[in-house]
Design a protein around this ligand. Sequence first.
Ligand SMILES: [Mn+2]
Length: 325
Amino acid sequence: MTNKLAEINAVIEKYNRFLITSHMDPDGDSIGSQMALYYSLLNRGKIAAVVNQGSIPAKYRFLDSDNIIKFSSDKLPYTPEVVIVLECPSLDRIGFVRELIPESAILLNIDHHNDTENYARVNIVDKESSAVAEILYFLFEEDGSKITPEIAKQLYAAISSDTGRFRFGSTTSRSMYVASKLIEKGANPKEIADNLYSGMAPGTIKLLGYTLASLKIEAGGKIGYFAITRENLRKSGAMIENSEGFVDFILSINGVRMGFLFKELSDGVVKVSVRSQNGYDSAEFASLFNGGGHTNAAGFSKKGEFGTVVNNIIEKAREYIRECN
Ligand SMILES: [Mn+2]
């Protein structure tokens, strides 16, 4: 990886105008990584913008109190020479930001998904990294870029959120090493954890209650799933984006190897989050429905009547579990 890090730093050194982006509906790793890279580029005397499709979930808003990330397809005030795509397995996933990339731009891709395409001039895809933020730490270290307390905060928050508070199988001694270095450089674990995991609105807790109460267990206890219906969303008064992290409760249930959260969206689409452990592969399962992700966490969307879609997917999951045995 070190050679590629040097290659990316050489491109950054040579050019001045940058666009940073990530997958639509950015998560904690996308947001923290983009913010960290943005501040680092500024410290290196560069001009940079961050543009995403979607919005920032409430719990990550503390990472962008300066409103750096733009969610509009308006033309940039300059022509970017280099576009850095973070945390994004394919270029389709950046949505409308594609329209802001000039033909002439050099693309750089930094990711850690299982199925990332090599769509850029330089591609760093490191599946061993728990978060893109972990790769960025070594990118900054490679060329001696200063990791300010602000940058340390962003990277630490990204790693904490992508490892489910340092609990997922993706958590390695290297993730912990990087986290410890980030604390040395000014990240405050308590403050970041309070921002990420406390301060929930009452409606979010109500929605969590409805979601947990919807639990169903299948396949002799190996499959568990929750649903968020339009009805429960309305009753709770929460927004669908407040449900991030709910799915992670599913693997806390004794015996559950594969878990799902089904979200009934307003446009007849069902959004499905997949979690798995002990040899079952979430990304492989999601790929049956044109989705993707990691071994232990993946996702996809499917159009159709909510109950029918849920039943079909659970049926497929039973088959999948049988085949793995
Ligand atoms: Mn990530």
